[in-house]
Design a protein around this ligand. Sequence first.
Ligand SMILES: *[C@@H]1O[C@H](CO)[C@@H](O)[C@H](O)[C@H]1NC(C)=O
Ligand SMILES: *[C@@H]1O[C@H](CO)[C@@H](O)[C@H](O)[C@H]1NC(C)=O
Ligand SMILES: *[C@@H]1O[C@H](CO)[C@@H](O)[C@H](O)[C@H]1NC(C)=O
Ligand SMILES: [Fe+2]
Length: 445
Amino acid sequence: MKTWRSSSNGVIFLVPVFFSFILVPQLVFRSYASPPEYTRHPPRSIIFTEHNRSNSQPQQVHISLVGKDHMRISWVTDDTKAPSIVEYGETSGKYNSLATGNHLRYEYFFYKSGEIHHVKIGPLQPSTTYYYRCSGVEPEFSFRTPPTNFPIEFVIVGDLGQTEWTASTLEHVGQEDYDVFLLPGDLSYADTQQPLWDSFGRLVEPYASKRPWMVTEGNHEVESFPIIYPKGFKAYNARWLMPYEESGSTSNLYYSFDVARTHIIMLGSYTDYKKESEQYLWLQADLAKIDRLKTPWIFVLLHAPWYNSNDAHKGEGEAMRKAMEELLYNARVDVIFAGHVHAYERFTRVYNNTADPCGPVHITIGDGGNREGLAMKFENPAPSISMYREPSFGHGRLRVMDERTAHWAWHRNNESDSIVADELSLQSLSTSKVCTQKGESHDEL
Ligand SMILES: *[C@@H]1O[C@H](CO)[C@@H](O)[C@H](O)[C@H]1NC(C)=O
Ligand SMILES: *[C@@H]1O[C@H](CO)[C@@H](O)[C@H](O)[C@H]1NC(C)=O
Ligand SMILES: *[C@@H]1O[C@H](CO)[C@@H](O)[C@H](O)[C@H]1NC(C)=O
Ligand SMILES: [Fe+2]
């Protein structure tokens, strides 16, 4: 792993990595980026994680949940002939199962990706450690499947990037056990420089090969380009395939899944969400299928926050809020997690800009450690619905104890330590008598 200091020898970094991509104008994805007037805490250097295995060996290994008892294993090989197979079993070195999947490559201007493999394995036992190899060669990896019931613990981090802050956040994540990693958008900050997608895949592999990483897209995933790549998401969709088909979605940009009796909805802030759009209709149908006895908890992740008292990205989530908030409110969604704003902020239960005991808690957790630094300026005074806010890097943990109770903690990065700076006990809205009579409940309070 090599580190380039962005101040002293940033040029060394720029030359080899960016050389062939210099022609790609940065215009398109910049249109989403924050205006320059925000003062941020100093970002730390980008870490470029080099490929140090052979061409036929797997790199950038990450796993994701598919259906109730399968896992998708995704990896890249430079060798285009490496087979898309995963051998796995419950004992290290002893693989009594084998699954075959498929592979693809993509091009982005002068960049040609390695062979990207996706293999679905299973059925798998819950709460069980599996050992596996990709493409028939070393090294061996292992993961643990999530439980089928409570308790379950999620780690949630947005706007991760690949800087020294990212490494510090991930180190803190790895210090305590958890079941599933959730990422509400902005992964690699490659921003059209495709080798940075590869570097990001290698940086996160030690974590993403061990626990499922479930992600949704942020503005940094778009990478569209007029006429040539008008739809964008080329790298993201090829590399971070999520179980969208399994949830009846027609797009990798939004989907849902159940894990351990929670229903998790990953929405797309950068694809159409207006009333009657495909995403809107899909969401409506998805919510209608939820059985709160089977999944007492509903969590939603999306990138651009609907509630935000930071000066950065103010109002960017407003159109989506107006389109979809009522659906989520009527479904009694418990928590909505967002990223995008590089700070932490927690709101009370809210609906239509007003505190509401049957509305979701909104949490912005865009503080993973990206290269842009922190969003330092909050509006003053804080709106009454904003309960806690702080511009620091960190990560969140959501531990769902049972049908009724969950515990949320935000861990702030403090150099080598991480410190719980904000916490909250949550009661599921499905167990709240006042909120379970749909629609009119809050009027009856
Ligand atoms: C290969 O890279 C990984 C991640 O950067 C690092 O942890 C490992 O020590 C490296 N291995 C060798 C043999 O250099
Ligand atoms: C939300 O609040 C606004 C302004 O207070 C109001 O005009 C609007 O009707 C409300 N919308 C809903 C769906 O309650
Ligand atoms: C944060 O880290 C610094 C440096 O290691 C240490 O002196 C300080 O006590 C830590 N703060 C807290 C709240 O633990
Ligand atoms: Fe963002």
